[in-house]
Design a protein around this ligand. Structure first.
Ligand code: SF4
Ligand code: FES
Length: 241
């Protein structure tokens, strides 16, 4: 039976500042294939019940198991050990985020900034009697941003986030873009002040770490550049699309 060695970053604030961080090693036996998330479950169930990590869907949809695995942002449930191509699986929490415990990051700021851009469809017109139709071209504009699972990898990887606490970050701005290009949304003028300001689109310096980090292969930078153009169009021509 093959074995995998997990090298896991631990963090326990209850141990005091000096001893809070360490790395622990665990060996896990498995049959034919094993995801990193399954490996963490095995360790938690059979070797160390105090190991903390986040998960929910186990199907690459909820975004809660984003971690830094062998130096790369990955979803633990989507990462088979065979994809990592290494004898040792190093598992760390997403860097540059405050920690709660072990692999669990504090995502409070991330979600507060997400909420700030009003990430929901807003209509001013009377409620329609049936669904609001979109043309295939209109729907196509949503293909990229709608796949965001809010894992936070882009946010963790962004140097503008590291250096500017207030910056909304790639995921929130990608969501603003998602509604700006949605033909059904009617809140552009209401939503725009939330992202067209000193916390928003202009803080992006097109470093594109977010593109590299995203486990869903999305392009937040592209969305943010669209927002910058939309802000200019709005000022010059009074329309963003
Ligand atoms: S854009 Fe990608 S990396 Fe950022 S939150 Fe969405 S899925 Fe995660
Ligand atoms: S557990 Fe939901 S994305 Fe991995």
């Amino acid at each position: 039976m093959p074995e995998a060695k997990f090298h896991i970053k631990r963090y326990d604030p209850a141990r005091g500042e000096k001893d809070a961080s360490r790395y622990d090693d665990f060996v896990v036996s498995y049959d034919s294939s094993l995801t990193v998330l399954e490996g963490l479950f095995s360790i938690q169930e059979q070797q160390d019940g105090s190991l903390a990590f986040r998960y929910c869907c186990r199907a690459s949809i909820c975004g809660s198991c984003a971690m830094y695995i062998n130096g790369k942002y990955r979803l633990a449930c989507q990462t088979n050990l065979r994809h990592v191509h290494a004898d040792v699986i190093t598992v760390e929490p997403m860097p540059h985020l405050p920690l709660v415990k072990d692999l669990v990051c504090d995502m409070s700021d991330f979600f507060a900034k997400y909420e700030y851009v009003k990430p929901w469809l807003i209509r001013n017109s009377a409620a329609p009697e049936r669904e609001i139709l979109q043309s295939p071209e209109e729907r196509k504009k949503l293909d990229m941003p709608i796949d965001c699972i809010l894992c936070g990898a882009c946010y963790s990887s962004c140097p503008s986030v590291w250096t500017e606490d207030n910056y909304l970050g790639p995921a929130a701005l990608l969501k603003a873009y998602r509604f700006e290009v949605d033909s059904r949304d009617e809140a552009s003028k209401v939503r725009m002040p939330s992202w067209d300001n000193e916390r928003g689109d202009y803080r992006c310096h097109t470093i594109t770490n977010c593109v590299e980090a995203c486990p869903k292969e999305l392009n937040p930078t592209e969305g943010i550049q669209w927002l910058k153009m939309a802000a200019v169009r709005r000022r010059l021509f009074g329309r963003s699309r």
